[in-house]
Design a protein around this ligand. Structure first.
Ligand code: FES
Length: 227
């Protein structure tokens, strides 16, 4: 079945895992630094399945999958994130060659840092074509979807992703990261409402985000490790 006809979904269970349906490809990716910028290398192979439950509490002994530990741990997974649209929540930073939307939802993946500066600095200096290009890369590489480059005609610039889910490891920070959800997969709240469908979002898997279900980089400060 072509991607466009599949009914992909991530369903959040109250105080429990993320239920993933329709055979969404699942990978582990490891953040590495190369030549001053971050990139991914492939992690271990993860068993693919039609349906699976991803741990959201951070306590599973069979990560990234749920093993029921959330019950014993008394996990409270209350969703606190706004369901307002990204463009209504985001601030617009204007540059001479490109604009940048920023909703401040940071997963601390650091792809917004390029050799010549970060996404905001590159946007400020985007009258230079090479900085404009770098600003677009810095924004588009943000797995949380915090940053989105917008050209001067108002067109949003997004990377072309097919639906997939990536479990992140971040050895440079000595931590396991969040869950990167790519390719406009619908995410349904435990109350049955849908979050805005986006090309890129990062979900929390350490159980400690203050902006559940989304990652807020708390995994870094608590040195979350779940491999
Ligand atoms: S959500 Fe079930 S073990 Fe973490």
């Amino acid at each position: 079945m072509p991607y466009s006809e599949k009914k992909y979904k991530i369903k959040i269970l109250k105080n429990g895992p993320y239920l993933v349906s329709e055979n969404i490809p699942l990978y582990e990716k490891i953040i590495i630094q190369k030549g001053g910028v971050n990139e991914y290398k492939e992690g271990r192979e993860i068993l693919q399945a039609e349906e699976y439950a991803l741990c959201r509490c951070g306590k599973s002994k069979n990560a990234p999958f749920c093993d029921g530990s959330h019950i014993q741990a008394g996990f409270i997974g209350t969703e606190t994130a706004s369901k307002e649209k990204y463009e209504d929540r985001a601030e617009l930073c204007k540059g001479p060659g490109i604009n940048l939307l920023d909703d401040n939802r940071c997963a601390f993946a650091r792809f917004c840092h390029r050799e010549d500066g970060n996404a905001w600095e590159l946007t400020e200096n985007s009258d230079k074509p090479e900085y404009r290009n770098e600003a677009v890369k810095a924004a588009s590489g943000c797995p949380a979807g915090r940053l989105v480059a917008v050209d001067k005609t108002g067109k949003v610039i997004e990377p072309d992703y097919e639906p997939s889910i990536e479990i992140i490891q971040d050895p440079e920070q000595g931590t396991s990261g969040g869950i990167f959800v790519k390719g406009s997969i619908p995410i349904e709240s435990s109350d049955g409402q849908l979050y805005e469908i986006r090309n890129r979002v990062a979900l929390c898997r350490c159980g400690k985000s203050k902006n559940k279900p989304f990652c807020d980089a708390t995994h870094v400060s608590i040195k979350f490790s779940n491999k």
